[in-house]
Design a protein around this ligand. Structure first.
Ligand code: ZN
Length: 337
């Protein structure tokens, strides 16, 4: 059945693709993604991450709608490279971004990801990892740590690991919903105490844990491994390009369109509107994430209902599509530069 579907599809046009989340147990997670995703969570343990769009070999997002339902993102990339990726098709054989929701009930480990300058620390087939967060929920007492305070040296940071005072060396943000936080590769970072964020990152799984707050995983009864030497090797001491970023308003009608992130790995806008507006772009893919309200995408006369918590990939060949909010909608739109 699936095979016939794919063969029939190969000459047909692609269409807006919705994907199902992949839930991940994490000891620091919670149960708050259920309301955001408008769906019950599996089991009753802590769910820290929902991978919303993933083209990782071991964790493939599956199409949830239409003739390609059940196909993985990797299969669609392989079967429809030009139709999906447009002018980017020669640059990428796998989808270059990994998109997640994080529910950090407790603090995550203090961690860092390598930049291209530390290529010897990146396994073959993986990449550097710059990432960014859009805060969805936060409470009094939520924390985001991003970057080192000025004057922190490798020596003082090492010493702080021994005496448990690493937080004194990290720039601390008290997050509010709507905040945008940029974390270039090489930046020490963590977050927690009941904060929910949307995360955009390069499609990489390379994380070096510097410190885990002395915690024991209740599932394995062990502390999680640290990679202190590798972490130190990729920390950019003295960098000051991370942290809260100011939203830049690009348009106010027919939709309020703010650019939050613009870096070599991704672009991200927040769209807030009540009236019809355009989403997607000619000859390149775009991703839409609905973080508030609901609405409808129309492509080739076919409506696609968009609910809070949905993620949609608009293939390059669908180009611009009309978006009709139901009352008010808040979307994140993501592009690959
Ligand atoms: Zn990270």
């Amino acid at each position: 059945m699936m095979k016939d579907g794919l063969q029939t599809m190969s000459k047909a046009q692609l269409y807006p693709l919705r994907f199902d989340p992949i839930y991940q147990y994490r000891l620091w997670g919670g149960r708050r993604l259920a309301s955001l995703l408008s769906a019950p969570l599996p089991g009753d343990g802590p769910i820290g991450e929902a991978w919303m769009l993933s083209d990782r070999t071991d964790q493939q997002s599956l199409v949830a709608n239409g003739p390609l339902k059940g196909q993985s993102l990797g299969q669609v990339m392989k079967q429809f490279p030009e139709q999906l990726m447009g002018k980017l098709s020669s640059r990428f054989t796998r989808f270059p971004l990994l998109l997640k929701l994080l529910d950090a009930h407790e603090m995550l480990s203090v961690q860092v990801h390598p930049s291209d300058d530390s290529s010897e620390l990146i396994p073959a087939g993986d990449t550097a990892k710059t990432e960014a967060w859009v805060v969805i929920e936060a409470v009094k007492g939520s924390h985001i740590y991003v970057g080192l305070k000025s004057g922190t040296t490798a020596g003082s940071l090492h010493q702080s690991l021994d005496n448990g005072t690493i937080a004194d060396h990290l720039v601390c943000i008290a997050p509010k919903p709507g905040d945008a936080v940029f974390i270039p590769a090489g930046t020490v970072h963590t977050l927690g105490n009941d904060v929910v964020v949307f995360e955009v990152q390069q499609n990489s799984d390379v994380t070096f844990r510097l410190y885990d707050w002395g915690r024991i995983d209740s599932e394995t009864k062990e502390s999680r491994p640290l990679q202190v030497d590798q972490a130190f090797a990729c920390i950019e001491f003295g960098a000051n390009n991370s942290g809260l970023v100011a939203a830049r308003v690009e348009t106010t009608t027919p939709v309020e369109r703010e650019r939050l992130f613009d870096c070599p790995a991704f672009l991200l806008w927040r769209l807030l509107g009540q009236n019809p507006f355009q989403v997607g772009a000619t000859a390149e893919p775009r991703v839409l994430v609905c973080i508030g309200g609901s609405g409808q995408i129309t492509h080739n006369g076919t409506p696609y209902a968009v609910s809070k918590g949905d993620i949609w990939l608009l293939p390059a060949e669908t180009g611009e599509c009309a978006f009709q909010p139901i009352r008010e909608v808040t979307l994140l739109e993501i592009a690959i530069p």
